[in-house]
Design a protein around this ligand. Structure first.
Ligand code: HCI
Length: 354
């Protein structure tokens, strides 16, 4: 089999004939520390797609850890499910978690997982009974609890700094379009509403839209209208790949800052946004609050106040990236990539908690 090129360190691919699940772990880089990143569990078109997704997401984790100044490398797990998660019975899901834990143990701590799309703190609790290489257990099980509030706080900091970079005078009165009202998106919507933003929301689940309309007075739009509805701030909090060079060329907004990983199909989309004068907060910088929460609490011994302060500092990091992009006429993604590359080239810092 011809293997596609990848600049990462290790890919583990295993199959479980009993459940039909495939398990992929991508360790992109251990340059700054042991690799870490969540476990995504969903249905894929095939194992090649699952491998590609794990590797892309692992690469993004390397950049995220570096940009956030965390002493960790980048990795990601993908479990390619035999059927949608909601259709799996408990025994099958349990067996899948057991297999995953066995794979994590094989890597011996070179990679530590955590929650991602399709997995929860409750799943981390189960994994933690089988392997030590898990972040993000529930508070009830002695873990740091959900990282969603910190991810949302970091995204909101990115929105505020993005708005300032675009020359707008604060979030108050701006039309803020939130795509995806999961735990993170719903929290960002609340923060934006509290700051006086006029919320426009969409989600595949109508009940979540109704809740946002009731709680925040949000206007609800169709999921298909995200890229055509005029707004000031677009906040993608659903799955990745929303912005290609083609959609970036027409999306009618001024600022883009969201929580979704791998929001751009490729870096060329960032260049299109730059030329149109749209302020884009690179995803791996804007959404680092979750990683700051998990690594801060579980590796660095930070308390909640420290994690909150470090998450707010996502805004400062972004302001530096925006300034660098402006000064050198490069996209914000290029600027963020350069900064992360410098951090990686410098290697591990002896006093990363200082
Ligand atoms: C993410 O930011 O996408 C995942 C955050 C994370 C960080 C470290 C371990 C698991 C998940």
């Amino acid at each position: 089999m011809a293997l596609p090129e990848w600049d990462g360190e290790l890919t583990s691919v295993r199959h479980d004939p009993d459940t039909g699940a495939w398990f992929v772990i991508g360790v992109h880089s251990t340059r700054l520390g042991p690799a870490s990143g969540g476990t995504r569990a969903m249905v894929y078109d095939g194992v090649a797609d699952a491998v590609a997704d794990a590797r892309r997401l692992a690469g993004a984790m390397t950049s995220k850890m570096a940009a956030a100044g965390l002493p960790m490398g980048g990795g990601k797990s993908v479990i390619a499910l035999p059927a949608p998660r909601a259709e799996l019975d408990d025994a099958t899901w349990h067996r899948i978690l057991h297999r995953h834990a066995a794979n994590l143990n094989l890597l011996g701590g070179n990679y530590t997982t955590g929650p991602d799309v399709g997995t929860s703190a409750a799943d981390m609790d189960v994994l933690a009974t089988l392997t030590p290489h898990v972040f993000g257990r529930s508070a009830a099980a002695g873990g740091p609890g959900s990282s969603a509030p910190m991810t949302a706080l970091g995204v909101f900091a990115a929105i505020e700094v993005g708005v300032a970079e675009a020359g707008l005078d604060g979030v108050e009165g701006l039309r803020v379009l939130v795509q995806g009202l999961g735990a993170v998106g719903a929290d960002v919507a609340r923060l934006a509403a509290r700051a006086g933003g006029k919320l426009i929301v969409t989600d595949v689940d109508p009940a979540r839209c109704t809740a946002a309309a009731d709680e925040l007075g949000a206007e609800v739009i169709d999921t298909g209208d995200v890229l055509s509805r005029a707004c000031d701030v677009l906040v993608p909090c659903a799955t990745g790949g929303l912005l290609s060079p083609a959609t970036a060329a027409t999306v009618p907004c001024t600022v883009i800052a969201g929580a979704a990983n791998n929001l751009l199909t490729d870096d060329a989309a960032a260049e299109v946004l730059r030329r149109r004068g749209i302020t884009y907060a690179p995803d791996f910088v804007a959404n680092a609050g979750g990683a700051i929460h998990l690594v801060g609490r579980e590796v660095l011994g930070w308390d909640a106040a420290e994690v909150t302060a470090r998450t707010r500092a996502v805004g400062d990091t972004l302001a530096g990236i925006f300034a660098d992009a402006r000064a050198h006429d490069i996209s914000t993604v290029a600027a963020a990539g350069r900064a992360a590359a410098r951090t990686l080239a410098d290697g591990p810092r002896p006093t990363s908690t200082a």
